[in-house]
Design a protein around this ligand. Structure first.
Ligand SMILES: Cc1cc2nc3c(=O)[nH]c(=O)nc-3n(C[C@H](O)[C@H](O)[C@H](O)COP(=O)(O)OP(=O)(O)OC[C@H]3O[C@@H](n4cnc5c(N)ncnc54)[C@H](O)[C@@H]3O)c2cc1C
Length: 404
């Protein structure tokens, strides 16, 4: 049994510093421009692909870290650079994670490389699950998947909402209901290959933050995909549906576990945004002089900064704990995955708001990046499960009561 330690090992430190370098040299200087343009920053995705930061090998190396921390470290650093560009680069990993979680080894080999393309011609992927009438309430999904036995094809019909990279992706991973009576246990995930007729994206949605990242609705109109596009395969699905019809709960819990596992990485993104704002505000408070002294000499400002630092560090400990637990198959008995994302998201909102306050009028201007960080931070109490939904998960886990 190794001694308890929170020290990062050499590999983790190298990874963190390498991603930080890219975030500082390439991402941050470009952040304001892509935020204003509200376009996918393809040249930066390509840069990331060239240095090996965008691609399956990178993700697989992160996942291989037995402590679970590498993906969190990479996310925190990249999103410290910029959350919009960060999401343009890491949005693909949502689809890849879905293929990895539910796909067979053959499906991984076939689809994952297509999610990324290559450095000469990078591609992005989309994970489409939210619908206009099914956001937090994933079980009420209306998109249907029907199996056409004659052609061994699945036929998808429905509408997805707010999909990151929706419509511009090469590979779309789409969740759909196969048996609506079973709610979320009657759902499955399908790969929609590049260029499949019937899948169309809306134009890019205009957003408060994360503006470099493409978000769109996706329409599925008699989309036919080969039988092999059902992630996990038909035998596994049939067995799962049979179990669910018998009323056994195993699969519902498994789906929840997948979410719990991805949440620490999203929490780490929020930490990156919070840390950027805290560092900027700290520097500003040391140099801005009012009443003949730097504003940091006032307790009101210094204590605010102390609280910001403390909250960021507290959130990081929750994020690291959940990442370690997930990687080491520890049961999330108190919804620790949700807890980590909940705390980090709320800290990002609070810390960026404080940073704007510490900059005063300057904080309200686009000249300083805290204005953008303040807008970007808000997404972290909304996507990958809103703060309210995280509290539901935690309260149900700790009480055993079906809290509503
Ligand atoms: C920029 C962006 C990117 C996104 N990317 C993707 C993506 O790639 N793929 C994807 O599938 N989705 C994506 N989403 C969708 C996102 O996950 C959903 O917006 C989110 O899950 C919330 O769903 P909703 O918007 O329908 O809100 P609703 O579910 O309508 O919630 C509205 C409000 O009601 C509250 N609420 C709902 N139910 C309860 C309850 N039982 N108890 C207490 N409060 C409740 C919510 O917390 C929220 O405050 C993205 C969204 C955005 C904005």
């Amino acid at each position: 049994m190794p001694e308890f330690s929170l020290d990062l090992n050499e590999e983790q430190r190298d990874l963190r510093d390498w991603v930080h370098g890219f975030a500082g040299d390439v991402v941050r200087p470009a952040a304001a421009e892509w935020d204003t343009r509200e376009e996918t920053p393809w040249p930066i995705i390509q840069e990331a692909a060239k240095i090996g930061l965008y691609g399956f090998e990178f993700l697989a190396n992160c996942w291989a870290d037995p402590s679970g921390l590498s993906l969190c470290l990479a996310n925190e650093e990249l999103f410290w650079g910029d959350a919009g560009i960060g999401m343009a680069i890491f949005g693909t990993s949502l689809a890849v994670a879905a293929i990895y979680a539910s796909g067979t080894p053959d499906q991984m080999l076939e689809w994952v490389p297509q999610c990324f393309g290559d450095a000469a011609d990078p591609k992005v992927a989309a994970f489409c699950t939210t619908e206009p009438e099914a956001g937090s309430d994933v079980g009420s999904m209306k998109t249907r998947a029907r199996y056409d036995e004659a052609t061994d094809e699945w036929v998808l019909n429905g509408q997805k909402a707010y999909a990151t990279n929706g419509g511009i992706a090469d590979v779309h991973v789409v969740t759909a209901s196969v048996d609506p009576e079973l709610g979320s246990r009657g759902q499955a995930a399908f790969v929609v290959p590049p260029g499949t007729p019937g899948l169309n994206g809306s134009k890019k949605l205009k957003k408060l933050g994360l503006r470099a990242s493409h978000t769109a609705d996706v329409f599925l109109d008699d989309v036919r995909v080969p039988g092999r596009c059902l992630l996990g395969g038909k035998d596994v699905l049939d067995a799962r549906l049979a179990k669910a019809r018998e009323g056994r709960k195993a699969q519902g819990q498994a789906a929840m576990r997948t979410f719990e596992l991805s949440r620490p990485a999203v929490g780490a993104q929020a930490l990156g945004v919070a840390r950027a704002a805290y560092e900027y505000a700290l520097d500003y408070a040391k140099s801005r002089v009012q009443f003949g002294r730097p504003i940091i000499e006032n307790q009101a400002i210094a204590f605010a900064l102390a609280d910001m630092k403390m909250e960021i560090d507290a959130a990081r400990l929750l994020v690291w704990r959940a990442a370690w637990m997930g990687r080491n198959n520890r049961p999330f008995e108190a919804g620790e995955g949700s807890m980590s994302k909940l705390k980090a998201g709320e800290v990002a909102v609070a810390v960026t708001e404080k940073a704007v306050q510490i900059l005063g009028g300057a904080g309200f201007l686009r000249e300083h990046p805290v204005e953008r960080w303040y807008r970007d931070a808000k997404i972290y109490t909304i996507f990958e499960g809103t703060s309210e939904i995280q509290r539901l998960v935690v309260s149900r886990a700790i009480s055993g009561i079906y809290v509503r």
